[in-house]
Ligand binder design. Structure first.
Ligand SMILES: Cc1cc2nc3c(=O)[nH]c(=O)nc-3n(C[C@H](O)[C@H](O)[C@H](O)COP(=O)(O)OP(=O)(O)OC[C@H]3O[C@@H](n4cnc5c(N)ncnc54)[C@H](O)[C@@H]3O)c2cc1C
Length: 272
């Protein structure tokens, strides 16, 4: 996954792109042309300090919901699209493990014995399942330097509903317990005593850290075959020079879809 990023950065830099890391965009600046309100166009972005940087074209990779709510506060937002049901989220842990597990591989799925019950808990009861499906990723199985000798780096998560006001501190505690119990049973270990460092993500933390509304990690819900076409398009129909890419817009979430959104955006850009 990470090599996709490093390859794209290398390619972009070779083509003359400059990246400004750790720079939060606070607003996309729009101007009305001499022909009036119907002929708006992008003129730049506002970043911290505050400083305005002029651009003729802006591509927002921020979730479309916050692109409108935070970066375009004066523009009419497409409420019908922004109010569509949101996708699920995750409770994820990063664990430093001071031992190794021969019976685990790079990618590991510990499935629920009651998948229907799991979906019901997440999508109907808006809570976590009693028997959640646990995904465990251990990159040190493949890249030895990712963990010290004799140790493993675990990234593990369960699917949970997006944030609609649940008590997440409590749900994270419960999730941790259930995940440990399941891992111990299936992997034949006593994992808790091997956790030497820990960090975690919950829907509210994901919302705050990555500007992902309600912590819904796949943007709007993709629960019907037309969902891709109900998402926001990859360009603005009313503001010249404004484009949208990433998991919250057409065609959808996930790395291949996000990369396709950029490809579509690039095609639209060359037509205009
Ligand atoms: C736990 C988990 C596991 C996943 N596993 C897979 C998988 O196996 N395969 C797969 O294909 N997909 C997977 N996905 C989904 C995939 O990660 C997402 O669909 C994809 O990363 C979304 O890409 P994006 O560019 O739209 O958003 P992001 O990757 O969230 O990138 C947006 C970036 O914009 C930054 N940003 C936000 N606001 C601003 C601002 N105002 N100014 C400057 N920067 C800003 C954010 O900090 C962030 O870095 C997974 C997601 C999660 C959460």
């Amino acid at each position: 996954m990470y090599s996709i990023i490093t390859a794209l950065v290398k390619l972009a830099e070779e083509m003359g792109v400059t990246f400004h890391y750790n720079t939060t965009v606070e607003e996309i600046i729009i101007s009305e042309t001499e022909k009036g309100r119907k002929n708006k166009k992008v003129v730049g972005i506002k970043i911290k300090n505050p400083r305005i940087v002029k651009y003729d074209h802006v591509v927002s990779n921020m979730d479309i919901y916050y692109t409108f709510k935070k970066l375009l506060p004066k523009e009419k937002s497409p409420q019908r699209i922004l109010n569509q049901p949101k996708s699920s989220s995750v409770i994820a842990f990063c664990w430093g493990i001071n031992t190794t597990h021969k019976n685990l591989n790079i990618h590991n799925m510990l499935f629920s014995a009651d998948d229907e019950g799991e979906y019901k808990a997440i999508f109907e009861n808006k809570t976590i399942s009693d028997d959640p499906t646990v995904y465990i990723y251990i990159s040190s199985k493949h890249v030895k330097e990712d963990a010290p000798d004799g140790c493993e780096n675990w990234f593990l998560f369960i699917t949970v509903p997006h944030d609609s006001g649940q008590n997440w501190d409590e749900l994270v505690k419960q999730a941790r317990k259930k995940m440990i119990k399941k891992i111990n049973r299936i992997v034949h270990t006593d994992i808790e005593k091997h956790i030497v460092c820990e960090d975690y993500l919950s829907p509210p933390i994901i919302q705050k850290k990555y500007s992902t509304p309600f912590g819904a990690v796949y943007g709007n819900s993709s629960d019907n075959k037309f969902a891709s076409f109900f998402r926001h398009s990859n360009f603005s129909k009313t503001i010249k020079g404004l484009y949208f890419v990433g998991g919250s817009v057409h065609p959808g979430a996930g790395i291949p879809m996000c990369l396709n959104s950029a490809k579509i955006m690039e095609k639209v850009f060359s037509w205009k």
